[in-house]
Design a protein around this ligand. Sequence first.
Ligand SMILES: *[C@@H]1O[C@H](CO)[C@@H](O)[C@H](O)[C@H]1NC(C)=O
Ligand SMILES: *[C@@H]1O[C@H](CO)[C@@H](O)[C@H](O)[C@H]1NC(C)=O
Ligand SMILES: *[C@@H]1O[C@H](CO)[C@@H](O)[C@H](O)[C@H]1NC(C)=O
Length: 476
Amino acid sequence: MRFNPSHLAAIAVSLITLMAPVMGFWRLPCRGVLTVARIDPIVDPGIPSMHAHSIHGPNNFAMEVTSDDLLASECTSCEVVQDKSAYWTPSLYFINPSGEAELVKQVGGMLVYYLPRGDNVQAFPRGFRMLAGDTYQRNFTLPTPDPPKAVWAEKDKTQFSLGQKAIGFNCLNYDNPPEPSLMRHNFPDRAFIDSKCKDGIRMELVFPSCWNGKDIDSPDHMSHVAYPDLVDVGSCPNGFEKRLVTLMYETIWDTMAFKGQAGEFVLSNGDPTGYGYHGDFIEAWENDVLQRAIDTCTNLSGRVEDCPLFQLQSEDDQRKCTIENPKALGGERYDFNPEGLPGKVPIIRGPGYALRPISSPSAPETMPKPVVPDPKVKLPQDDQPVVPRPETTTAPPPPTTPAPKTPGMVSEKPKLEQPYTTSYSTKGSTIYEIVIIRTTVTKTVDLPSPTAQAKRHENRSGVKGRFRRHGHALNH
Ligand SMILES: *[C@@H]1O[C@H](CO)[C@@H](O)[C@H](O)[C@H]1NC(C)=O
Ligand SMILES: *[C@@H]1O[C@H](CO)[C@@H](O)[C@H](O)[C@H]1NC(C)=O
Ligand SMILES: *[C@@H]1O[C@H](CO)[C@@H](O)[C@H](O)[C@H]1NC(C)=O
């Protein structure tokens, strides 16, 4: 065989992977939804939030809340009772041709992945809070699909790029091998969802895990943390060297219930694209349970049952933990709202940055008429055909619960043949290699975006700094 330097590089990388310590993780199920409401104690403390959220966590959750308040809660909608942290994301709605909004059913609550990645991983400090994602983003600014992580360039590793790559939408069909996580960063189009995603759409969000080591929050709720240079793994930027446990949220939405119906899926923040997906977190773990779990819960199964530290509660008890919506919300309807998205949130399609139009919640506002696809018009496909290659010959059993893939198992392997992109995904105990062979990106025509100034524009320019080259990129 002729010597080829890229072979050597591939061998070196696989050796690093093999020698890296095996790292455990756990998936924290939050089967119950505390409530769906316009509440966001991080971004809009004390007042109705801009848009609706699906909220998971403890019952002291409120428009204004501290970690200590959360810790004093009587119950939580998550499985580990020592965890009173709060987790929330925008809800998914279906807007029909009359402009009425129907909440899409969330399947199985939320799974919160706790992924200890990197060295000296620390628990969140008491009172820690953060956001991930940008509610105003409406496009993806890099080529899709992502190139393999092994060849990411500087432009892939800016905090802005990493934040966009930290969002994923999977088409679920448990009869087929699963798609890899974070493979697409926006909603697949409606025709694809209806025809392919029998088990719904899974939304994923990875939070930043590099911390500045001192602040538990920041004015924009983001600039005290940063992403490592490969989203969930890799090196932390200068000034953000402290490594926190990596959080990833997963929620599944029963989009199939709307198959064939005229209308469209829109996030509660008025985003029909998915690029503006985001999530919020307030830490509230009892005592030092989280740090001890990071240090000792290393079973690769990812099951909370396999961590003896955790006190678990039944799914029934998780679902029983709910809250009444605050009076300040005036009985606003969330399951079905004839006036459109709760809070009269307008739909803003992008691709420009969706600055919030000046409005007050009480002022009458005109709701743009939703664009409903004409069934006679053939919808463009914007999805990557995926050719799955099972590594084992036995077909995996269909999962009994919404089957999360384990990002603990996801790895990247440099391929010698470009332009293929590979990634790995697991279902049950079978690992799949997934090869993306082609991409056709077609965009539907967008409406002009509003030019109005945002009343409250989150300033995201706080995170700056030089980024180190990846020294120990493949540390999983
Ligand atoms: C991990 O958990 C499984 C059960 O899911 C158990 O059989 C196995 O012994 C555990 N491994 C370790 C190292 O504790
Ligand atoms: C895409 O988003 C970026 C960042 O928000 C924005 O600056 C850019 O104008 C958008 N692209 C288009 C084509 O509108
Ligand atoms: C955003 O923050 C940066 C630094 O924190 C500041 O220089 C800039 O003026 C701010 N921009 C706006 C629009 O507030």
